[in-house]
Design a binder for this molecule. Sequence first.
Ligand code: F6R
Length: 626
Amino acid sequence: MCGIVGYVGHQQALPLVLDGLRRLEYRGYDSSGIAVLDGRGGMVVEKRAGRIENLDKALATDHPGGITGTTGIGHTRWATHGAPTDRNAHPHLDTAGAVAVIHNGIIENFAPLRAELEQAGVELRSETDTEVVAHLLAAALGAPSAAAPARGGADLATAMRAVCRRLHGAFTLVVAHRDHPDRIVAARRNSPLVVGVGAGETFVASDVAAFVEHTREAVELGQDQLVEITAAGYTVTDLDGEPVEAKPFTVTWDLAAAEKGGHPYFMLKEIEEQPAAVADTLLGRYVNGRIVLDEERLDAQELRDVDKVFVVACGTAYHSGLIAKYAIEHWTRVPVEVEMASEFRYRDPVLDRDTLVVAISQSGETADTLEAVRHARDQKARVLAICNTNGAQIPRESDAVLYTRAGPEIGVASTKTFLAQVAATHLVGLALAAAKGTKYGDEVGREFAALEAMPELIARVLGVVEPVRELARDIADAKAVLFLGRHLGYPVALEGALKLKELAYMHAEGFPAGELKHGPIALIEDRLPVVVVMASPRARPVLHAKLLSNIQEVRARGARTIVIAEEGDDTVRPYAHHLIRVPPTPTLLSPLVTTVPLQVLAAEIAQSRGYDVDKPRNLAKSVTVE
Ligand code: F6R
């Protein structure tokens, strides 16, 4: 939610900030804004509702000669407090127009702070929670003390620390001050912030994608830390001003990974990248008969003692958890509950130190999942994170971490990270089975080999999806689509429906096919498309037969049947209006192939309906508010 970028260096700030914003637009895209310091006590601020193009146009009209200055900040917004209007767009300024603030997150105590400012005679100009920070900062700077002299670099940081100590909630805040044009101050709590360290230039951003074109040397900021950046480097302290040693890292991917590579949308490129995403996630994970995680702060005995697993996640990641349940229970005989993270902590789940909570999140910053992790740890449960973002908050607060190595995912809808999550949960199941002795090393090796064969099979599906595109164009005008599956086909049906809802804005529902006659069958009407994820006739003959009956039931009531079935399964042919083939796979791994045509279907329908596949309305890539 919200993308943030700041720059201090030797180049003109505005183009760099705008480029950074474009790379962060996946985080929020309902308004955007910039502030640039000219170094002579002037600050230019421009902000507009809508996509960054609107800001570009405003800059061209209002500043035809360009804006010079080597220090700048920029923001792309996903609205929480106040509608997406010009006025509510960031940056927000204090009354004198000296301080510019951009923010990601929610300041939970903004109402009393706002009341306090209003009582002191300050006139607030927006409906946002952010604006209070600009005024509080101005007040803190205007009331110097021995610890906070009125001018000079240190006072901005000192004032900022004092303000941050008063804030509750989640924030990444970045501040520029027209009297301090050589620096930017930024702070974080529960929202991401990374520093990019170049030669004679320094960046801050919500995500390395904003600056990876200029430097791959980065520093991650911890909880409740503040960084002051200048062209020469950076200084990190905690909110009391104590120096902190920050953790540097090198970004392992380059700009090309964050570009579209000839595809009209990132999502289409990311669908194509799925074989590599799964292969990379598996690389080097099976060594000498054991599964290797990235960070293991759990010992073998603690894993052996696990007697219950909870998977907590949201949206697509939750669907990967539903899939994980089948493999983990099958291999370990440990009961697995899968729960939406947003519900988990509010119902007092039964947790103790022998419970393993597996938190799945591509971003590693989803507020619901993060709070579920914190609740689990408060209750003494062990937490293992599956995450696609190195050093994000969820892995930092977990006892063990397995990173999916899907690379940057820019399309708002998760695709390659989903498949990588499925592969990663299988690794967790195997690690647990090995620790508990429910599988011998050689059995783990065989399961791992089956996983390693999957990238090739996923590539095979991608090679034959052209008919899915045609089908998509054919059904793009339908009012609704139903998705049915049994066993592992059920979470796949849920994922297919979610993709269609979020991308094509169509009513779409996933059901267990057995539930059909308990209600949903009433929805079937003439020409309604119904997608059925078949089971394998070899591996699951009983489920296969039942699904065949379900297809006939909906077809008899006028539905257009779209069936995803294994190559060679000819029994379905007479009942399917459209047949989509996937290669035979071991049952537990089947979602890795059956999901792919559903992703393509949703993306193609969205394109046919004229929607932006990468930036569906009302959504953002990373949901850092509850
Ligand atoms: C759907 C989608 C979302 C996310 C969910 C969790 O395509 O992307 O449903 O899966 O918001 O996000 P992460 O995985 O970042 O915790």
